[in-house]
Design a protein. Structure first.
Length: 148
C-alpha cells in the first residue's frame, strides 16, 4: 500500500502469500446477502441506509471493493479511498494483508505512451489504452515481470 493508502501494481503482484480468489474468499468468509437491496445482491452501497448498516458492523466482518491503481480488489475492513462498495461477512477476517484481486489492468497493444491513451478504434480497450485481465491470466504475470 502506498503513502496515500492505495494499493499499487507492485503490491498487487507481490501478494501471492496473502492473495485468494473470489471463490476462495466467498467460501472462507461467507458474504451475507444485502437485505436492504432489491434482488440477490451481496454488495452494499457507499451511501445512505446501506452505508449506515455497514458502519454499524464490526470492522472485522467488513470488506471493501476498491478501485486500485490498475486493479480491482477486495480488501479487509472499511476503506473510503476509491471504494466501490462493501461486503459484510459471516466470518471475521484476521489478517489485514489478505486481499482478493478481482482484475488487473494492463497496457493494451495499442497504448501510446506519449498520449497516455489507446486507439479509439481498438476492440480490446475501446481507446482507453488499458484492458482488464484476470490475475490468473499468464499475461498479467508476464506484464508485471516486464514492468518491474
Amino acid at each position: 500500500m502506498n503513502d496515500n493508502g492505495n494499493w499499487d501494481m507492485d503490491d498487487v503482484i507481490n501478494l501471492d502469500e496473502y492473495e485468494m480468489t473470489n471463490s476462495e474468499w466467498e467460501e472462507k468468509y461467507k458474504p451475507e446477502e444485502n437485505h436492504l437491496a432489491t434482488g440477490n445482491e451481496l454488495m452494499f452501497e457507499t451511501y445512505g441506509e446501506q452505508l449506515d448498516y455497514v458502519l454499524s458492523q464490526d470492522n472485522k466482518y467488513v470488506w471493501t471493493l476498491v478501485d486500485g491503481e490498475m486493479s480491482t480488489l477486495l480488501v479487509p475492513g472499511v476503506s473510503v479511498v476509491n471504494r466501490l462498495g462493501y461486503y459484510v461477512c459471516e466470518i471475521p477476517w484476521t489478517d489485514d494483508r489478505e486481499v482478493v484481486v478481482l482484475s488487473l489492468e494492463i497496457e493494451c497493444h495499442c497504448y501510446d505512451e506519449n498520449e497516455f491513451e489507446g486507439d479509439p478504434n481498438c476492440d480490446d480497450c475501446e481507446g482507453y489504452g488499458l484492458r482488464p485481465v484476470s490475475p490468473d491470466d499468464p499475461e498479467a504475470k508476464l506484464y508485471a515481470e516486464e514492468n518491474a
